[in-house]
Design a protein around this ligand. Sequence first.
Ligand SMILES: Cc1cc2nc3c(=O)[nH]c(=O)nc-3n(C[C@H](O)[C@H](O)[C@H](O)COP(=O)(O)OP(=O)(O)OC[C@H]3O[C@@H](n4cnc5c(N)ncnc54)[C@H](O)[C@@H]3O)c2cc1C
Length: 385
Amino acid sequence: MDYDVIIAGAGPAGSTCARACAKAGLRTLLLEWDSFPRPKPCGGALSERGLSHLGFPLPPELIERECFGVRLHYGPYTVEVRKDRRIAVMVDREQFDQYLADRAVEGGAVLQQEEPVEHITLGTDRMEVRTPKGQYQARCLVGADGANSLVGRTIRPVFPRDEIFAALVGSFPADDREIAARADGLLELYFGVAPMGYGWVFPHKGRFGVGVLGKAMEFDAPQKVFSAFSSSVGMPVDRPRGHTVPMGGIRRTVIGRRTILVGDAAGFADPFHGEGMANAILSGKLAAQAVVDGINGNKDALTRYQRECDRLIVREMKVALSMTQMLERYPKLFLAVFFSDTTALDKYLDIPAGITDYRQFRKWLLQRLPRYLIAMLFGGAGPRT
Ligand SMILES: Cc1cc2nc3c(=O)[nH]c(=O)nc-3n(C[C@H](O)[C@H](O)[C@H](O)COP(=O)(O)OP(=O)(O)OC[C@H]3O[C@@H](n4cnc5c(N)ncnc54)[C@H](O)[C@@H]3O)c2cc1C
């Protein structure tokens, strides 16, 4: 029952971290509350950027659809952009998460399912973790246990309500030809539906995923909003599943003594479009490197992890957060930027495509801002229907 590292939670962050630790030769234990295949409320859109962090190609059978662009709706306005390259793939989280957990086991990690971490004790040179089935020791603990992370609570307070999104998603069964015809390789997003968020219709296999995401603090009656939204797009769903998503872009402590947080437990999801898998995978990899370095005697390894996350994730997500807040405050500016012509949207899609980042996009946008402000103030280039 003695390991080098214990990882709590086998979502994308935990399984990625476990695989990398085990492949580096560490005795790695991955503890998962649930048992695979387990349901996970999610839109299932995995960006090219997220795919690139995986470090291996995804088997074609896991890719339900390929997406090349988006169709945005805002009230009566619609705009769409299709890129000449793929920006995201659609996955089913039940299968995707199981696959990543299998890859961790294949890499040498020990996976114990139906074993929630219930209690954590910090010793002088070891951590002790208790589950309903047993007690385990390790030199370090990775908290990959999602938005309501128990491990996270040993390091920082729970996420305040104004720092989380509430999201609901359901499935609307449909014929694959109908799905392909409607989606036409695009992700559909509906703005103005939820505070600081949107509604979506995503194409899967044999079903559409329909969902809403909004800032929890201002999102009154999300169930009602979901019902109204899913009916308005002609896909009523009775029993959506919901969860919270902590917003990225806020600098938080993600390390404690012998403890590291990754993914949603660390609060790394994109606050502009709610994507969490890409940074979960990236932080899982960064954490594994920190664990390996720490166990090899580098005393600075965890502090370096915090710095790396601040540099590679938080700094980027900060820009995303400020964009979200600005566009939420000035919806007419949002319309002018994304609906008056397709240039900004086309440029924005280079972010999930992994070609550019938020900071470069912001630089580009600021140069064009006067044009959009004129469009906003004088309706010179008003939204197209
Ligand atoms: C409705 C909705 C739609 C979304 N759509 C998208 C999308 O389209 N694209 C995207 O990229 N992101 C999306 N997200 C966000 C995304 O789901 C998360 O950001 C992502 O799953 C985070 O990965 P993770 O590995 O950090 O945590 P999780 O995927 O939440 O995994 C955490 C794991 O830890 C386990 N666990 C919890 N507590 C314990 C414990 N005490 N001990 C052991 N195990 C534990 C859980 O069972 C779970 O398996 C969506 C979220 C929601 C709620």
